[in-house]
Design a binder for this molecule. Structure first.
Ligand code: NAD
Length: 261
C-alpha cells in the first residue's frame, strides 16, 4: 500500500482560504498539511498557544502559507474576532472551514461532572455554531463555501464512559444536516466525517497494550487509522469533487462499525 504522502495531491483547493480549528496537532494538523498540498491558504485556529505557534512555524518553514489564530472556539466573541482577522490578513473571504477542535473527558455516568460536560459541549457543539456563524457571511459574499465537521463513530455505536462525548458527536451530525439545508441557497455545503479510532496522542496514544490488542481485534482492516487518512476525506469534502454532497456523514473507520463482533 502506498503512503498517502506518495500520492500527489490534486491541488483541488487552489487559492481558497481554509480555516482549520484545533490545527495545532493530531488530525487538525494533518488536515492543514493536506489542504496546503491541495493549494489552500491555511488559517490555523487553536487555543494551545505554544503548540499552535510551533505547528504554524513548522508549516511556514516548509514553504506553506499558514497563519496562527489563537482563540477558544467556545467563545463567540473570540471566534468572530478571529474570522475578521483571517479575512483581513489573507485579503479574501473564507472558503473552507473545518470544525476539528475538541475537548473530551471520558467518565462513567456516576462521575460525570458539570464543568466537564459544559466544556465538552462549549467546544464540540457551541463552538461549531460560532465558527459557522462567522464563516457563513464570508462564504455568502464569496458565492460558495464548504464546511467539514468532525464527528466520531461514538455517535453511531456505544463506547465505554462516553455518554457526554457520544451526545456531543451525535449533535455534530444533527447540526451538520440543519446547517446544510439552511446554507444551501448560498452554495455553501456542510458535511461531516465520522472517524473511527485514529492514531493520535489524544486517542490511541493513551491506550495500554491490552486495550490496543482488544480494539484491533474488532477492526476489519486490522489497524487504527492515520490522521492523514482523515485529512484525505476532509480534502474530498472541502473540494468540488464532492459538490453534490450536502448534509452527509462519511464514515472512515476501517470497517469498525459495520463488523459483526
Ligand atoms: N483521534 C481519534 O481517534 C478520533 C476519532 C474520532 C473522532 N475524532 C475527532 O477528530 C477531531 C480531532 O481529534 P484529535 O485526536 O486530533 O484531537 P487532539 O486532542 O489531538 O487535538 C485537538 C486540538 O483542538 C484544540 N482545542 C481544544 N479546545 C479548543 C478550543 N476551545 N478552541 C480551539 N482549539 C481547541 C487543542 O489545543 C488541540 O490542538 C476531534 O473532533 C475528535 O473528536 C478523533
Amino acid at each position: 500500500m502506498s503512503t498517502l504522502t506518495e500520492i500527489p495531491a490534486a491541488r483541488r483547493l487552489t487559492g481558497a482560504v481554509c480555516v482549520v480549528t484545533g490545527a495545532a496537532r493530531g488530525i487538525g494538523l494533518a488536515i492543514a498539511e493536506r489542504f496546503a498540498a491541495e493549494g489552500g491558504r491555511i488559517a490555523c485556529l487553536d487555543m494551545g498557544a505554544a503548540r499552535l505557534q510551533s505547528a504554524v512555524a513548522g508549516l511556514v518553514g516548509r514553504g506553506i502559507e499558514a497563519r496562527a489564530y489563537e482563540a477558544d472556539v467556545g467563545r463567540r466573541d473570540a471566534v468572530a474576532a478571529a474570522f475578521d482577522a483571517v479575512e483581513r490578513d489573507f485579503g479574501a473571504p473564507v472558503g473552507v472551514l473545518v470544525n476539528n477542535a475538541v475537548w473530551a473527558r471520558f467518565q462513567p455516568l456516576d462521575e460525570v461532572d458539570e464543568d466537564s460536560v459544559d466544556r465538552m459541549f462549549d467546544v464540540g457543539l457551541k463552538g461549531l455554531i460560532w465558527t459557522m456563524q462567522s464563516a457563513a457571511p464570508q462564504m455568502k459574499r464569496r458565492g460558495s463555501g464548504a464546511i467539514v465537521n468532525l464527528s466520531s463513530t461514538s455517535a453511531l455505536q456505544a463506547m465505554p464512559n462516553a455518554i457526554a462525548y457520544a451526545a456531543m458527536k451525535a449533535g455534530v451530525l444533527g447540526l451538520t444536516r440543519a446547517a446544510a439545508v439552511e446554507l444551501s441557497p448560498w452554495g455553501i455545503r456542510v458535511n461531516a466525517i465520522v472517524p473511527g479510532m485514529i492514531g493520535t496522542p489524544a486517542s490511541v496514544g493513551k491506550f495500554d497494550e491490552a486495550t490496543v490488542r482488544a480494539r484491533l481485534a474488532t477492526m476489519p482492516l486490522g489497524r487504527f487509522g492515520e490522521p492523514q487518512e482523515i485529512a484525505a476525506v476532509a480534502a474530498f469534502l472541502a473540494s468540488d469533487d464532492s459538490r453534490y454532497m450536502q448534509g452527509a456523514a462519511l464514515v472512515a473507520d476501517g470497517g469498525w462499525t459495520v463488523a459483526t463482533r
